[in-house]
Design a protein around this ligand. Structure first.
Ligand code: HEM
Length: 319
């Protein structure tokens, strides 16, 4: 979705109008009615109708991996959603409204999360103001989201960080050997082992506050969506399906959590992951519940730019 310059000014002016603000709950993201009125009707309708797809939806069982010509990312979540057609199967032309609908239908992601990370994703596109990115744009190293010490991808110093890499993944997932379900302390230990391994072997290793928060966030993402956004308890076979096959484990009995995964729920889980981790605190960095949200604001350059990149959706969501 392109955002003509004229439209950006209109959005700014509308933001300045003082209107009565009432709120409605959308997937646990607070949407202001004022903000909704400022949005095109189709997007306002989208934000008020988000929910996981019903069990009868054919996409749950219509999985196949990327065909030739399709593009994929270093993100197992987006790749799995594309493999099920919850987002464009060819991996191209990902707009914020398309992602909001697809991530809610397939994984019950709140619109707040998808808007914030989706805007960061737009910055990886050759034309961020064009309003869309392709999944392979997300492999750009060290910005905006990609980083070293991933759970299942090699550092860019060694190889293309896009595809799943089983030896790297085995380092991580072996921490759960003998367990049927994930838990937060084990995920923290496994994440720290990946971080120290990259630190030792990669002479160009980069790891600061952005990388720490994003990588805790990615742990929280799979724990929340394969399990539950409060406890982070997920069946190991579901987690393996997500990473190893990039497949939603519907046929194994998994269903999207009834509670949506949102920026606040992820922020709280990141705090728990960090506080149960053996990883030493980075000097001068304190991870709090808002750190995850703050990282996306920092990546895009502040709330005004987030508003412009998302055509006003972030403002309607109170971001
Ligand atoms: C628009 C939404 C999203 C964008 C733009 C995005 C982008 C990315 C990117 C660029 C990475 C690579 C980071 C790295 O270098 O390790 C990544 C990793 C990851 N993402 Fe996503 N993501 C999105 C949504 C999701 C969702 C809904 C899930 C839920 C399962 C998810 C789960 C993960 C996980 C678990 C990783 C870590 C992979 C690893 O460490 O090997 N993401 N994402």
């Amino acid at each position: 979705m392109g955002i003509p310059r004229k439209h950006l000014y209109v959005l700014r002016l509308r933001k300045m109008r003082s209107t009565l603000v009432t709120t409605v709950l959308v997937g646990a993201s607070v949407v202001s009615a004022k903000g909704l009125l400022d949005l095109p009707t189709d997007i306002a309708n989208l934000l008020t109708s988000l929910a996981p797809a019903p069990a009868s939806d054919p996409r749950w069982t219509n999985w196949h991996p990327a065909s030739s010509g399709d593009v994929r990312s270093p993100c197992p979540g987006l790749n799995a959603l594309a493999n099920h057609d919850f987002i464009h199967r060819n991996g191209r032309n990902m707009t914020i409204p398309h992602l909001i609908a697809g991530l809610a239908a397939g994984l019950n992601m709140g619109a707040d999360f998808t808007t914030a990370i989706g805007a960061a994703g737009l910055l990886s596109s050759p034309n961020p103001l064009g309003g869309s990115f392709d999944l392979d744009d997300l492999s750009m190293h060290n910005f905006p989201i990609e980083h070293d010490a991933s759970m299942s991808r090699q550092d860019a110093y060694f190889a293309n960080p896009q595809p799943f890499h089983n030896p790297t993944w085995q380092q991580y997932i072996s921490f759960f050997d003998g367990k049927e379900r994930t838990d937060i302390p084990t995920a923290s230990k496994a994440k720290y082992a990946r971080t120290t391994d990259s630190q030792k072997r990669n002479p160009e290793f980069v790891y600061g506050a952005r990388e720490a928060v994003l990588s805790y966030g990615e742990n929280a993402l799979y724990l929340s969506t394969m399990g539950d956004p409060v406890t982070g308890k997920a069946k190991l076979e579901y987690v393996r399906s997500l990473f190893e096959m990039e497949k939603l484990p519907f046929e194994l009995g998994w269903r999207p959590s009834v509670l949506p995964t949102t920026l606040p729920s992820l922020g709280l889980m990141i705090v728990q992951l960090q506080s149960s981790s053996p990883e030493p605190l980075l000097e001068g960095v304190k991870i709090v519940a808002d750190s995850y949200k703050d990282v996306f604001f920092a990546i895009v350059g502040g709330s005004n730019i987030l508003g412009n990149l998302t055509g006003g959706i972030s403002e309607a969501l109170g971001l």
